[in-house]
Ligand binder design. Structure first.
Ligand code: S3P
Length: 419
């Protein structure tokens, strides 16, 4: 993909629907006591993995335009073949929580990237509940087999702040023999807790999440826009010298919008022009060209902007002074090592960036130049490079098709705002 620099950025962006919420809606509707309806789900490679996952367990799904009608069987069936999770960590990890509830035998596998990602973090708590796993490297990596059922309630303190791990635990705990408890070091996205709190299946008491076993009642849900997808346009609007963008109907769950706090500290022109409080809050944003100053991001902030941390490096390149991120070791365990990939992409464009074990330091103010870059097959890296290129002197990106993992219409949406 060749990206040209642009003189002017204008327009309205309606970001695609939220990936995390679509995955969860599919999983919840599969263990529900009746038929559910999901309005405006995200259709992307990752969410289709989850859709196929639950279909292989006997869930019937009718796709009718922008609506999914989900009919779960009275009891999930044993899949007839191993389940392919592709590139999707959310499918594999939350999926393991769902399979841990079932006495039947199942096997999960994924692509090269997913096969390298850590699974011990979900295998451990679910094993403590009584599910049995086996897999590569002692059950730490896919392919992994699961045989579950008859789960015990446990109290568990996780060593990672991960919404996938937390949600996987909650899926298991909903089918355990008593009330379970879960604590994570720092708050990660809370879509699962918000959804289940509506039915009193989950109670959040400070840092502790209590899970009461029970059925998920059938439901209707409308999926809001994905903040992490919108974030590429938010950052484009801020770093580009001649821009004005409106972002419509984007999810504004505070456990997802850490980037907005960072932007505020940097002095960015970003305004929330509409805010609707709902189970998942959402609204509109207006962003404009900004004079940015460097910022420090702390460890406890990282989970609320985990997928946007690479964008902070790009913001730092357009800011005066230094931008430092620490405590972001988790970034090395994503679809690719995102610390290494961010440093690689931005340094090739002329950014002064230093790599740390758990983050980076960017010295702002240098002019970015064009480059030929690799996305490393990671959707968010391809989009980062594109935004950088539009705002500087262009880029050529190898391996750009991966944007379809989370944002299939990314390049056409980008084209729309380039004037
Ligand atoms: C996700 C949680 C995050 C995020 C991923 C989706 C989710 O991962 O990076 O893109 O849907 O729960 P962790 O919570 O494991 O860091």
């Amino acid at each position: 993909m060749k990206i040209k620099p642009s003189r002017k950025i204008r327009g309205v962006v309606a970001p695609p629907s939220d990936k995390s919420i679509t995955h969860r809606a599919l999983f919840f509707s599969s263990i529900s006591n009746g038929n559910s309806t999901i309005f405006t789900p995200l259709y992307s490679e990752d969410t289709m993995r989850t859709l196929n996952f639950v279909e292989s367990l006997g869930v019937k799904i009718e796709i009718s335009g922008g609506v999914l009608h989900v009919k779960p069987p009275s009891k999930l069936h044993e899949p007839t073949s191993p389940i392919d999770c592709g590139n999707s960590g959310t499918t594999a990890r939350i999926g393991m929580g769902l399979l841990a509830r079932e006495t039947f035998f199942s096997v999960l596998y994924g692509d090269k990237s997913l096969s390298k990602r850590p699974m011990r973090r979900v295998v451990e708590p679910l094993s403590l509940m009584g599910a049995r796993f086996d897999g590569r490297n002692g059950g730490s990596n896919l392919p992994i087999s699961v045989r579950g059922g008859h789960l015990h309630s446990i109290s568990y303190t996780s060593s990672v702040s991960s919404a996938q791990v937390k949600s996987s635990f909650i899926f298991g705990a909903l089918n355990a023999d008593g009330i379970s408890s879960y604590v994570e070091p720092n708050q990660s996205r809370d879509h699962t807790e918000r959804f289940l709190s509506q039915f009193d299946l989950v109670k959040v008491e400070g840092r502790e999440i209590k899970i009461h076993p029970g059925f998920v009642p059938h439901f209707k849900i409308k999926v809001v826009g994905d903040f992490s997808s919108a974030a590429f346009f938010v950052v484009l609007g801020v770093i580009h010298p001649n821009s004005h963008l409106e972002i419509k109907d984007v999810g504004l769950n505070p456990t997802r919008t850490g980037l907005l706090k960072i932007l505020k500290k940097m002095g960015a022109n970003v305004e929330i022009t509409k805010m609707v409080e709902d189970v998942e809050p959402y609204g509109n944003l207006v962003v404009e060209s900004s004079n940015l100053k460097g910022v420090e991001v702390s460890t406890d902030e990282v989970p609320t902007l985990i997928d946007e941390v690479p964008l902070v490096a790009l913001l730092g390149a357009f800011a005066t002074g230094e931008t430092v991120v620490r405590g972001a070791l988790e970034l090395r365990k994503k679809e690719t090592d995102r610390i290494k990939a961010t440093v690689d992409i931005l340094s090739q464009m002329g950014v002064e960036i230093e790599e740390f074990d758990d983050g980076f330091r960017v010295q702002g103010g240098r002019k970015l130049h064009d480059a030929k870059l690799n996305s490393f097959g990671d959707h968010r890296m391809a989009m980062l490079a594109s935004i950088a290129g539009v705002s500087a002197e262009g880029v050529e990106i190898e391996n750009d098709k991966c944007v379809a993992i989370s944002y299939p219409s990314f390049f056409s949406d980008l084209k729309e705002v380039i004037r």
